[in-house]
Design a protein around this ligand. Structure first.
Ligand SMILES: Cc1ncc(COP(=O)(O)O)c(C=O)c1O
Length: 442
């Protein structure tokens, strides 16, 4: 048996020969090498030489309370001694029941009946299927189409890709996908000069209305990333759009699916982003941060009306979707420990103070001549960088690593989505080092 690696070079070369890495052109690792990680602690990741990187992107937006968090570790260890897994069809267990009860209490009004998946994309698949199946069960079988916002991202399985508007991820699979329509995004970067983000959002809602008027008879649902479109480059928009989207979906009999996979769990300043628009969606998708970034788990919560449309004698009227690890007890226990931390540490209020602090100390970055469109929602910050380098993203990533930062720009958009436990000292370091990186890449 192969001995575990104890050096950076050894781990990287074994990985390149055995692992096909996600979201990667593998050949590019010849120029921009893989980063070996030996361990993590708090907001930091370490290699075998103890070189450290500040995880400013929360390891793909999942980590909330730091790597190797003692409270989440302890909860998983305790669960491990009781029950590691049991199938959820025909069986149940304490962690999944507790988690469903707690999410029902936390989610916007009217949502409950938690249906479990694994990754975010499986939650998208579940919601799309459940929505279309609802209409079939209620005598409207023609309602099988969906709409999403321009530049939306809802995952990369085939159903999720059909409502994902990112050409790079989608084009190669065009023949396999039933592509769905998009409507203009309220991303305020596209507002006219002098137009407020609110006025722009309302103007975008008018085009949504026109689309709904024309197509509602075929439309099952409108799927949306509330307040922040992550993969679009942290595109942010005014909450009034959510309110109008809810009104219009009600008016035209179309479901509203809130994909809070990235923006839920306190990321935008409230537990769920929908709260800021004062709305309840028909489906709420939760994943990523729900386990504190420990284990794959996703949840689709929905309304009693939708649940009741499946509750009947014929088996085929039921929602027969499943995944082997649905509602895994270890993942649910990690989620319960995560929710405990939210309560015990009054995390939402603590984050507000943290975000205020960061906005104050980030002033030099915000005012840097290369920085454009500075924006912030809750614990997400983003800006575009004016740089002469076409390969800015790769250079920024590589230079960031040299300065102890894990930055992962999207094109020329740099963003910070740090774990909530980031300290003031770490925030200072983030600002100072990012300034150095940006200055070097003008
Ligand atoms: C808004 C949104 N939806 C869905 C997904 C897909 O989640 P996963 O990568 O866990 O499949 C993501 C992932 O980044 C996301 O940001």
């Amino acid at each position: 048996m192969q001995q575990p690696s104890t050096s950076n070079d050894d781990l990287v070369s074994r990985s390149l020969s055995a692992v096909w890495h996600p979201c990667s052109q593998m050949k590019q690792y010849e120029t921009f090498p893989l980063v070996p990680i030996a361990r993590g602690r708090g907001a930091w990741l370490y290699d075998f030489d103890n070189k450290r990187y500040l995880d400013t992107v929360s390891s793909w937006w999942v980590n909330l309370f730091g790597h190797c968090n003692p409270r989440i570790n302890a909860a998983i260890r305790a669960q491990l001694e009781t029950l590691e897994h049991v199938m959820l069809a025909g069986f149940t267990h304490e962690p999944v029941v507790q988690l469903s009860e707690r999410l029902r209490a936390l989610a916007p009004l009217g949502l409950g009946h938690c249906f479990y998946g694994s990754d975010g994309a499986s939650a998208t698949e579940i919601a799309l299927k459940m929505s279309a199946h609802y209409w079939r069960n209620t005598g409207k079988p023609d309602k099988t189409q969906f709409i999403s916002l321009q530049n939306s991202y809802h995952g990369e399985t085939l159903g999720a890709l059909s409502v994902t508007d990112v050409a790079l991820f989608r084009d190669a699979y065009g023949a396999l996908i039933r592509q769905q329509a998009t409507v203009v995004s309220p991303d305020w970067r596209n507002a006219e000069t002098g137009e407020t983000d609110e006025a722009f959002a309302l103007r975008c809602a008018e085009t949504l209305e026109i689309h709904l008027q024309q197509h509602h008879a075929q439309l099952a649902a409108f799927i949306i990333e509330p307040l922040v479109q992550g993969a679009a480059g942290m595109a942010m928009y005014h909450p009034v759009y959510l309110r109008r989207a809810r009104e219009l979906c009600d008016q035209y009999g179309v479901h509203l699916i809130a994909d809070e996979i990235a923006v839920g769990m306190g990321r935008t300043g409230t537990m769920f982003a929908c709260e800021q628009g004062g709305i309840s969606p028909d489906f709420l998708l939760i994943s990523k941060g729900i386990t504190g970034g420990y284990l794959p788990l996703s949840i689709v919560t929905t309304t009693d009306d939708i649940y009741q449309a499946f509750y009947a004698d014929p088996t085929a009227r039921g929602f027969l979707h499943s995944h082997s690890y649905t509602g895994n007890p270890l993942a649910c226990r990690a989620a319960l420990a995560t929710l405990d931390i939210f309560e015990e540490d009054d995390v939402l209020n603590a984050n507000r103070a943290k975000a205020d602090y960061f906005n104050r100390i980030a002033q030099p970055l915000r005012e840097h001549p290369s920085v454009k469109n500075w924006r912030n929602t809750g614990m997400i910050w983003a800006f575009e960088v004016e740089s002469m380098h076409a390969d800015f993203a790769q250079r920024c990533f590589a230079l960031g690593l040299q300065h102890e930062l894990l930055l992962r720009p999207m094109g020329k958009t740099v963003y910070f989505m740090p774990p909530y436990i980031i300290s003031e000292e770490e925030m200072q370091l983030l600002v100072t080092r990012t300034l150095i990186v940006i200055e070097a890449l003008r």
